[in-house]
Design a protein around this ligand. Sequence first.
Ligand code: 5RP
Length: 224
Amino acid sequence: MTQDEMKQAVAAAALAYIRPQLESDTVLGIGTGSTANLFIDALAPLAGQLEATVASSEASAARLQSHGIPVYDLNTVDAVDFYIDGADESNAALQLIKGGGAALTREKIVTAVAREFICIADQSKLVHTLGQFPLPVEVIPMARSHVARELVKLGGDPVYREGVVTDNGNVILDVHNFPIPQPLATEQAINNITGVVTNGLFAHKPADVLLLGTSEGVKTLYAE
Ligand code: 5RP
């Protein structure tokens, strides 16, 4: 099975997971990236039955709307029942690195509101220790150099993601060479740097379930 086939399989598995629980007033949170895009496409046949979605990026909102699926501002809904999104890495506790698509802040906001976060990913994303994937940090543009210096003090090697402006008008620093054995403490420490909007560690609020695409099929994992 190729990586793309595994992503397709977990997108279908996520739909099968939520479908029996869909009610007339269910609000779905929709993530960003290639795996989330496959989930959006899998949702298309249900467009007429979906009351509301909220999206973690302008790109995902546009893709949902292209299928005729209604997208709402998060401020106009009372709750988000399920949030479905990919990840760049997950450990066994379902703590994640996200933000490869630069949507980390809105992803973290929708995660904060969601009743259940269903992460969908292929097997390459499951790691023992987070940090092989460079950790994205969204930064207010004028604070870029200050934040970079502070990230070096924490032991990382920040690299400015040239040419990328987030949906919130900010920039991204990707922290390389930065193993993360204590995700809770690291998430907090980076968020405490003045000028950081947020970082791509989802440790304080990890995924609730991980649908992992493997060569033996989709595995359903819960936090260890
Ligand atoms: C976007 C994200 C994505 O979930 C993450 O980058 C995984 O993307 P893909 O499904 O394309 O592998 O966090 O900001």
